[in-house]
Design a protein around this ligand. Structure first.
Ligand code: MHO
Length: 213
């Protein structure tokens, strides 16, 4: 089996997907992210016509480096909207599992979290059915705000936004991850000195400001 066959997927809804894209994009072991719509029944949802779907992030990860339980703890600790208040389907708290192992872990983590915090969550745990990628302008939204990087790296197509480098940069420019993580990130070796300094400056400036939309 080739290396890519060993990669796994996780799919979470936890508020505006721009934030989740940045949050998970810098996690060591996460190889790519994509944002889109899932969890509902409406055929061919769009941002303007999302129907009963939820904004989700699709995370591709290498289980040798990142574990599903690690991703779950980021899930529980980084919701944009309170888990207990009533929210529309677009921003629902949602875990779409891809196999039985994920299902068991997700259900266990929900009851642990509820016990720990002493409240009931609205989080739904459902079988992953189908992912509809969001419009290109939503992909790596935070990175796309940085015209200098986009142009100097030659990012022009949806595929360019879906690379491991774009995935990482989208998080770092938004202030996700630590400086240590950035400096040791093998993916960032692809940057020239000026690009490297630019991203580092964004990370330092935006760290701790929250990724929320
Ligand atoms: N506050 C943002 C949310 C966008 S998100 C992709 C907006 O209204 O544009 O739902």
């Amino acid at each position: 089996p080739g290396q890519s066959e060993a990669l796994k997927k996780a799919t979470f809804g936890m508020g505006c997907f721009w934030a989740c894209d940045a949050l998970f994009g810098v996690v060591p072991g996460v190889t790519r992210t994509r944002v889109g719509y899932a969890g509902g029944t409406k055929p061919s949802p769009t941002y303007k016509n999302i129907g009963d779907h939820t904004e989700v992030v699709e995370i591709e990860y290498d289980p040798k480096t990142a574990s599903f339980s690690q991703l779950l703890s980021l899930f529980w600790n980084n919701h944009e909207y309170g888990l207990t208040k009533k929210i529309k389907a677009q921003y629902a708290s949602l875990i779409l599992y891809h196999d039985d192992e994920q299902k068991i872990e997700a259900e266990k983590s929900l009851s642990e979290e509820q016990n720990k915090q002493g409240k009931n969550f609205t989080t739904q745990i459902k079988n992953f059915d189908r992912f509809y990628p969001a419009e290109d302008y939503h992909q790596k939204y935070r990175l796309q705000l940085h015209t200098y990087l986009v142009q100097s790296l030659g990012i022009a197509t949806a595929a360019d936004l879906h690379t491991p480098l774009s995935t990482r940069l989208n998080g770092y420019v938004a202030g996700a991850g630590t400086l240590d993580q950035f400096e040791q990130d093998p993916v960032c070796k692809q940057l020239n000195e000026k690009q490297y300094d630019y991203v580092k400056k964004c990370l330092v400036e935006n760290q701790g400001t929250g990724l929320y939309c």
